[in-house]
Design a protein around this ligand. Structure first.
Ligand code: UDP
Length: 374
């Protein structure tokens, strides 16, 4: 017998789950309150220039997960792309993530890998044996000078608080290298979809058992029509903010248009505290296989999300964690709803992890539903 499911949100979580269920013969209704699919991965071609724009900020696909890589390649051609980021600090440009080039640039040296390793080890604060905060992690491994230059200002702008208040896990996203490898990621697979992320999600959703309704808020839908719901909207919103609001950082993108080239690379970080934005992305550099005469850039400004702002980064501090516990307790009582994705579980998730979890959750659900004969 065909069963009917509701997926709330047409980002990677909702789309991947819908696809898994639909391929097993179930009918799935996917709703999204926005007028487009693909959530914050949404890309679209700029009308004037034809450049592929990452509407909600830069997304680079990278993973160590062979299955997820195969999955994404079912729906698009992944073009070779390596994320190489630069940083401007006090009027100079450096290579990121911190690598041998950065170290030699910053200290005006020409150290070998072994020399740099010793040098940086000496700068590290040895009194910090078990770093808990972002700052402790940076000071323990890099010392104060590199921390101040590349992390403190950027992080204050990005998170709106001192790195002493942030968990070490945020810094652990970034590698430090003692060679000239300036690949921002350590993962085995990396690439950019040939025609953008929206097309991938469109293809994932392109199945006869899937119906998509855009401009449709969860609150406006009759839930009784569905036997189970996969909800990728904000967790606190599902419960009408009963315990208060979970904190998010939001982003504002200020567009810059120019002829020719603007900055000569996809991502330039700005680590000075007195520069109001965190980074500038030049979109055409995300598709190096295309040629465009003109250019479109986004200056990225981060701030605390207000009630009507788009939530981007979950702020997982002590207060939020306590609130999250309360919402998770409520969520565990909702037996007909599975909470998924970045907003549904309130986590800082990369695209590959989102896809992996969506596949696993759909499979686990089908296995259990099959056993209890639903
Ligand atoms: N970060 C930093 N300086 C940089 C880049 C990153 O201090 O030049 C810190 C910052 O706190 C940021 C975190 O490292 O939030 C993770 O950086 P990533 O580039 O992974 O952030 P995303 O691209 O997800 O915004």
């Amino acid at each position: 017998m065909m069963k009917s499911y509701l997926c709330v949100g047409a980002g990677f979580s909702g789309a991947v789950i819908a696809r898994e269920l639909s391929e097993k013969g179930h009918t799935v209704h996917v709703i999204d309150e926005r007028s487009h699919i693909a959530g914050n991965c949404h890309t679209e071609r700029d009308e004037k220039t034809g450049i592929q724009i990452h509407r909600y900020g830069p997304h680079i696909f990278h993973t160590d997960d062979q299955q997820v890589w195969d999955y994404i390649n079912r729906f698009t051609v992944m073009m070779p792309y390596v994320n190489r980021v630069k940083a401007t600090y006090k009027g100079k440009v450096y290579s990121l993530p911190i690598n041998l080039h950065t170290i030699n640039q910053f200290f005006g040296t020409c150290m070998s890998p072994a020399e740099a390793k010793d040098f940086i080890a000496n700068l590290g604060d040895k009194s910090i044996t078990d770093p808990q905060t972002f700052e402790e992690q940076a000071l323990a491994f890099l010392g104060n000078d590199l921390y101040q230059a590349f992390f403190r200002g950027y992080t204050l702008k990005q998170w709106g608080m001192e790195p002493t208040e942030l968990p070490a896990s945020i810094l652990k996203r970034l590698p430090v290298r003692f060679n000239y490898d300036d690949n921002y990621f350590n993962h085995r697979f990396q690439g950019m979809p040939k025609n953008g992320y929206t097309e991938i999600v469109e293809k994932i959703l392109d199945h006869p058992n899937i119906q998509v309704s855009l401009g449709t808020a969860f609150e406006s839908v009759d839930r009784s029509e569905y036997q189970h719901i996969f909800y990728s909207g904000p967790l606190d919103r599902y419960f009408q903010y009963a315990h208060g609001r979970l904190g998010y950082r939001t982003l504002e993108f200020r567009e810059i248009r120019a002829t020719g080239d603007y900055q000569g690379t996809a991502v330039m970080n700005y680590s000075d505290l007195d520069v109001p934005y965190t980074r500038i992305t030049e979109h055409k550099y995300f598709t190096p296989w295309e040629t465009h005469e003109d250019t479109v850039c986004f200056e990225e400004h981060s701030s605390l999300a207000g009630e009507n702002d788009i939530p981007y980064y979950p702020i997982r501090l002590v207060n939020e964690k306590a609130l999250l516990d309360q919402y998770q307790a409520l969520a565990s009582q909702e037996l007909q709803v599975t909470f998924v994705g970045r907003l549904g579980t309130y986590r800082y998730l990369d695209m590959d992890v989102t896809i992996r979890e969506a596949i696993d959750l759909a499979k686990a659900h089908l296995a259990v539903a099959g056993k209890v004969g639903l």
